[in-house]
Ligand binder design. Structure first.
Ligand SMILES: [Zn+2]
Length: 219
């Protein structure tokens, strides 16, 4: 049990790096992804590909779509995804999303006798997303402890920048071409949404090449 972990995997840059990182820390890893009615399937396909690249089992849980469907452009296809320069990252908040993810992951960890639950929230996310802040994870851990003192939530990237995550992921051999970050689920990544621009900026700052094709690059 000590060496078994559940890793929340969305198929993006942070959680893919997290999976590769957790693999260096534990003997047995189980990836967990969620279908919560997100705008596109691309990220779930990316999650499956990343798990497969490490030979890690992956479970995709269906969450009740009704709970999230008014959560903004990431779940509501009638709202257009804002371009990065519109600075509307707050619009891409899906309320309570990480609470659901962590609670299901903790219950799953209990069921398969795993001690750790990993979530890939990173330092750059704290600005816009309340459920990516250390304070949130500390409170969540307390809530878990009130029910089960054996499960530990790990959020090792909470003080890391996207640039540092790209550096770490590259060191760990993350196959970036299999990951998906874009908020839109088009054939190729748009290069214009907040997620694309942040990703491209992280690669640029780290002086590394992002192998994903983009419809339009911001620079
Ligand atoms: Zn995009």
């Amino acid at each position: 049990m000590e060496n078994k972990a559940v890793v929340l995997l969305s198929g993006g840059m942070d959680s893919s790096t997290l999976l590769y990182y957790a693999k260096t820390q534990h003997d047995e890893i189980h990836a967990l992804s969620f279908d919560y009615g997100q705008r596109h399937r691309k990220e779930l396909n990316a999650a499956k590909a990343i798990a497969k690249s490490l030979n890690v089992s992956i479970k995709i849980l269906q969450l009740p779509v009704e709970i999230f469907k008014h959560g903004g452009p990431l779940v509501d296809p009638t709202i257009d995804v804002p371009k990065q320069e519109e600075d509307k990252q707050a619009l891409t908040v899906v309320p309570f999303r990480n609470s659901f993810f962590l609670l299901f992951a903790a219950a799953y960890a209990r069921q398969i006798d795993a001690k750790y639950v990993y979530i890939g929230a990173c330092g750059d996310d704290q600005r816009s997303y309340p459920d990516c802040r250390p304070h949130f994870f500390e409170a969540f851990q307390q809530m878990i402890n009130a029910q089960d003192e054996d499960i530990i939530i790990k959020y090792p990237f909470v003080y890391k920048s996207k640039k540092e995550i790209v550096q770490l992921g590259t060191e760990l051999g993350v196959p970036w071409e299999l990951t998906w970050t874009c908020y839109r689920g088009e054939e190729v990544a748009c290069g214009e949404c907040d997620a694309c621009v942040e990703r491209l900026l992280a690669f640029k700052e780290a002086n590394l090449n992002d192998p994903l094709p983009y419809r339009k690059k911001p620079w």
